[in-house]
Design a binder for this molecule. Structure first.
Ligand code: ATP
Ligand code: MG
Ligand code: MG
Ligand code: MG
Length: 361
C-alpha cells in the first residue's frame, strides 16, 4: 500500500520563494511507486490551496482554478478538505486522507513550531522536529541561551525589542557597542536565508540594520561579528540517536553569506568535505549532535558554525530544523557525501517521522 503524503510549501514567511525551490526538488525525486503525493501550497498571505499542480501556481502567483484547502485537526483522521465556492456558499469536500505531512517550509509559520502544533493537534506524522525543537531552533535568541547553558560556544549577543528600538534607540546602541568593536551582525530573531540580516561596520549601519530587522520581527539580535570567518556546516539526521554527516564548508564570494549569495548570484563555492583536521571536524560533529539533542530536535537539522580563520576558534552559529532542500543545497549534499543519496534521504526522513509519532503515541 502506498503512503499518502501531503507536501506543504510556500508559506507566510520571508523565505516563501526558497520553500518553492526546495519543494520543486523534493517533489521531483519522490518515488511515486511508494508515495501518493498531495500538494498543499500556502500563499504569502497564509491561504491554503490544494490541487494537481499547486507548486506551479504558487510560482506564478496565479491561483485561479485552485481549491482552497483546510486541514481539520480531528485526531486519528487527518483529513485535508477542499473548499469549493458554489452559488449556495462554500462546501467542504474530502480532498485527501493523509498518512504523513512533509513540511517543505522555511522560516515563520512553517519551521518555527506553529505548523507543527497544528499537525500535533491533527494527530498526524510529519517530517522534522516537533513544536519545541522547531521553535527553539528558529529563535536565535533562545537558541543561543540554551547553547550557553550547555557550554557550547556561541558569539556574544544581545537581544532587543522593536519597542526598545522605537523608544530608546540611544540605549540600544550603547548596549550593542559594549559587545566589541565593529562589525556587528543584526538579525531578526526568527528568520532564515539571511533575510533581514545586516553586517554593520559603523553606527550608521547599525541604525539602518536595526530598523530593517525590526520590519521582520519583534525581537532582534545584535551579535559580535567575526571578521571573514570560515563557515562550516554539518547535517544531522535522526530522532533518539541522531548522526552527523561529514562537515561541509561554504565559501561566499560576497562580504557574507547573504540572501543574494545564497540564491541569486550563484557565486558561493562549496567544499564537501570541509578541509579541516580530523580531530576538529570530529569535535564539531559531536557538538552539532549535542546541540540537536539539547533542543529536543528530531528528523533533521543543518547546524552552522563560524570559525575564526586566525585562531581556529569556532562558534555554533545556528541550527536550522528545515534547511534548504534543493538538490544543490548543503543539507542533502553533505548526506550524499556521507553515503546517503538524496532520494534515500527523503525515504529516511519519512521513516523517522513515523517512528517519532509511534514513540509519542
Ligand atoms: P540560514 O539560511 O542558514 O538559515 P540565517 O538567516 O538563519 O541563515 P545566519 O546563518 O545566522 O542567518 O547568518 C547568515 C550569514 O551571516 C552567515 O552564514 C554568515 O555569513 C553571516 N554571519 C552571521 N552571524 C555572523 C557573525 N556573528 N559573524 C560573522 N558573520 C556572521
Ligand atoms: Mg538559519
Ligand atoms: Mg534557515
Ligand atoms: Mg545559517
Amino acid at each position: 500500500k502506498k503512503i499518502h503524503i501531503g507536501v506543504i510549501f510556500g508559506g507566510r514567511s520571508g523565505e516563501h520563494a526558497v520553500s518553492l525551490m526546495s519543494a520543486r526538488s523534493v517533489l521531483s525525486v519522490m518515488d511515486t511507486s511508494k508515495y501518493d503525493i498531495t500538494q498543499i501550497g500556502i500563499t504569502k498571505n497564509g491561504v491554503w490551496y490544494t490541487g494537481e499542480d499547486v507548486l506551479s501556481a504558487l510560482e506564478k502567483e496565479d491561483f485561479s482554478g485552485l481549491q482552497k484547502a483546510i486541514l481539520l485537526p480531528v485526531p486519528g483522521e487527518a483529513s485535508l478538505y477542499s473548499i469549493r465556492d458554489t452559488s449556495s456558499g462554500s462546501v467542504l469536500e474530502l480532498a485527501a486522507q493523509l498518512d504523513i505531512i512533509f513540511p517543505v517550509l522555511h522560516g515563520t509559520f512553517g519551521e518555527d513550531g506553529t505548523l507543527q502544533g497544528l499537525l500535533e493537534l491533527a494527530d498526524i506524522a510529519y517530517v522534522g522536529a516537533g513544536v519545541l525543537g522547531s521553535s527553539v531552533g528558529m529563535d536565535k535568541s533562545l537558541f543561543k541561551d540554551v547553547m550557553r547553558t550547555h557550554g557550547i560556544p556561541v558569539v556574544e549577543s544581545i537581544t532587543v525589542t522593536r519597542k526598545e528600538i522605537e523608544t530608546d534607540l540611544d540605549g540600544v546602541i550603547t548596549r550593542a557597542e559594549k559587545l566589541s568593536p565593529y562589525p556587528f551582525f543584526v538579525k531578526p530573531a526568527n528568520l532564515g536565508s539571511s533575510v533581514g540580516i545586516t553586517k554593520c561596520r559603523s553606527r550608521g549601519d547599525l541604525l539602518e540594520g536595526l530598523m530593517d530587522a525590526a520590519r521582520y520581527d519583534r525581537r532582534i539580535l545584535v551579535e559580535r561579528g567575526l571578521v571573514n570567518p570560515r563557515e562550516i556546516e554539518i547535517s544531522v539526521l535522526g530522532n533518539q540517536d541522531p548522526k552527523a554527516s561529514v562537515a561541509g564548508e561554504v565559501m561566499p564570494e560576497a562580504d557574507f553569506y547573504s540572501y543574494a549569495a545564497k540564491y541569486l548570484d550563484g557565486s558561493s563555492k562549496l567544499g564537501i568535505p570541509a578541509d579541516l583536521p580530523e580531530d576538529v571536524s570530529l569535535a564539531m560533529r559531536n557538538m552539532a549532535v549535542e546541540a540537536y539533542k539539547a533542543i529536543d530536535c528530531a528528523g533533521m537539522a543543518r547546524v552552522d558554525f563560524l570559525m575564526d580563520r586566525e585562531t581556529g576558534e569556532y562558534y555554533l552559529n545556528e541550527l536550522n530544523t528545515l534547511p534548504g532542500f534543493t538538490k544543490i543545497s548543503m543539507y542533502p549534499k553533505m548526506w550524499d557525501a556521507t553515503g546517503l543519496p538524496y532520494p534515500q534521504l527523503i525515504d529516511r526522513l519519512i521513516d523517522l517521522a513515523f517512528e517519532r509519532k509511534a514513540d509519542r503515541d
